[in-house]
Design a binder for this molecule. Structure first.
Ligand code: GTP
Length: 424
């Protein structure tokens, strides 16, 4: 895996983890909200139930104490009574009871509930901004209002439902009709009451994500470095293989490669009975070239020659190699005329390349002698014999004046075959 892919996968993994973390955190916070609001609803319902109970009894009498003085906003006859044994009692209506319960709950748990309306008799019942919005929403038809809002500079889960007039309420609130909205009760739960549960859940989520993200990154690192190591070993093995089969000077296949290739090619031509040709070629008077131009220039000449050979042996089944020294060899699956023509093209191309060769008795430029041999493989011959024929033809080309192509003729091949059969 390339480094940029590795970085991409690490970032992708961390990104996916980050998204999952955000979702889970959001989920935990949403769950906290739902829990808080359902608690708010429950509180509200309890208060309403108690208020109904109170209203059903037309209020309840309790002993007057410092904490429970007579309700100045309840202006009805019989609000305060004295029992036969002299105890002073005062009537507690639903509103007064709600206020007292709210004070108790606030002191005990910090949860606040507030009975309120848009036009309260008692100034303390005046709605704050959030409650005002809720009451206005109820008048528009909403049945519940909840949100996270600040109260006395602290964050609270706030829940509110409207208080609707029931039959029991009509005793004291005669100018209302059943179902009218008379106000509402807001329940405010401090965020600090719920947060510890969420924080506990969040710490598990953070830990889990950290572990999963780290494990994933570690696995990616291990995978990346193992793969790089394998790649290095593979490319080392490849370059060793390359060195073993490719000539380092000309970058052409070497003789070892030739030996393997020619055997396979021979077998294939034998199976399918098509002609196989070998062209052996050799630079004329190369010793003189080296002597005149120096060995490094001789190397360069060999490189240039290899380029020309590659250029003119482009067919996929033309195989060109450096056989050794300044001898090169072309193996091609074509008949005598075609291989003769290819050899001519090679000779001509090298001559036209005009590589200076001042000490050559045959030309001012580098020239080649080429020997061509073609056979349709059979069991009396072999690839080695074919090479030998090409070599003999090359010798002939040298004999006949160099810078030329000579073909090993068919009669000689037939004679060779006959000789082999006789030996067998
Ligand atoms: N520069 C260089 N010279 C090489 C290399 N391999 C072989 N030679 C030279 O090739 C020359 C071959 O010389 P000979 O076998 O006498 O052949 P020739 O001089 O070409 O003569 P003919 O083949 O008869 O035309 C020798 O001088 C080798 O040193 C090589 O890799 N680089």
């Amino acid at each position: 895996m390339k480094t940029r892919f590795f970085i991409f996968f690490v970032l992708l993994w961390l990104g996916l983890n980050g998204i999952s973390l955000l979702l889970q955190v959001y989920n935990a916070q949403d769950t906290a909200k739902k829990i808080a609001f359902s608690q708010g609803k429950l509180f509200f319902q309890h208060i309403v139930t108690m208020r109904h109970w109170n209203a059903r009894h037309g209020g309840v009498y309790v002993t007057v104490t410092e904490d429970t003085p007579p309700n100045p906003y309840l202006d009805i006859p019989g609000r305060d009574i004295v029992t036969l044994d002299g105890r002073r009692l005062t009537l507690i209506n639903p509103a007064y009871m709600t206020r007292q319960l709210a004070e108790l709950e606030h002191d005990k748990s910090g949860i606040q509930f507030h009975i309120t309306s848009l036009h309260p008799k008692r100034p303390e019942n005046k709605a704050d901004d959030w409650e005002t919005n809720a009451l206005l929403a109820f008048e528009e038809g909403d049945s519940v209002f909840m949100d996270i809002a600040t109260l006395h500079d602290e964050p609270f889960y706030r829940y509110m439902e409207p208080l609707k007039i029931t039959e029991d309420c009509l005793r004291c609130h005669q100018n209302y009709q059943i179902g009218d909205i008379r106000g509402g009760i807001s329940v405010s739960i401090p965020k600090t009451k719920i947060i510890p549960y969420v924080e506990n859940q969040l710490s598990h989520i953070y830990l889990l994500h950290t572990v999963i993200a780290s494990l994933g990154v570690m696995l990616l690192i291990v995978f990346h470095y193992t793969e790089r190591l394998t790649q290095k070993q593979l490319s080392r093995a490849k370059s060793k293989l390359h060195l073993a089969y490719i000539d380092s000077l000309t970058r052409l296949p070497n003789r070892r490669y030739y030996d393997q290739y020619v055997q396979k090619e021979w077998q294939r031509a034998l199976r399918h009975q098509y002609p196989l040709s070998i062209i052996m070629l050799d630079i004329d008077y190369f010793k003189n070239y080296n002597d005149a131009e120096g060995h490094p220039a001789g190397d360069q000449c060999l490189i240039e020659l290899a380029k020309v050979l590659k250029l003119f042996s482009k067919r996929s089944d033309d195989f060109v190699c450096r056989y050794g020294g300044e001898e090169f060899c072309v193996v091609t699956a074509c008949n005598a005329e075609q291989s003769q023509s290819l050899a001519e093209k090679l000779r001509d191309a090298v001559e036209k390349r005009r590589l200076r060769h001042p000490n050559s008795p045959v030309s001012h430029y580098v020239t080649l002698s080429l020997g061509v041999a073609t056979v349709v493989p059979n069991n009396t011959l072999s690839a080695a014999r074919l090479l030998d024929f090409a070599d003999k033809a090359l010798y002939l080309a040298k004999q006949n004046g160099r810078n030329r192509v000579e073909q090993f003729d068919q009669k000689q091949i037939d004679d060779a075959e006959m000789a082999t059969i006789a030996e067998i």
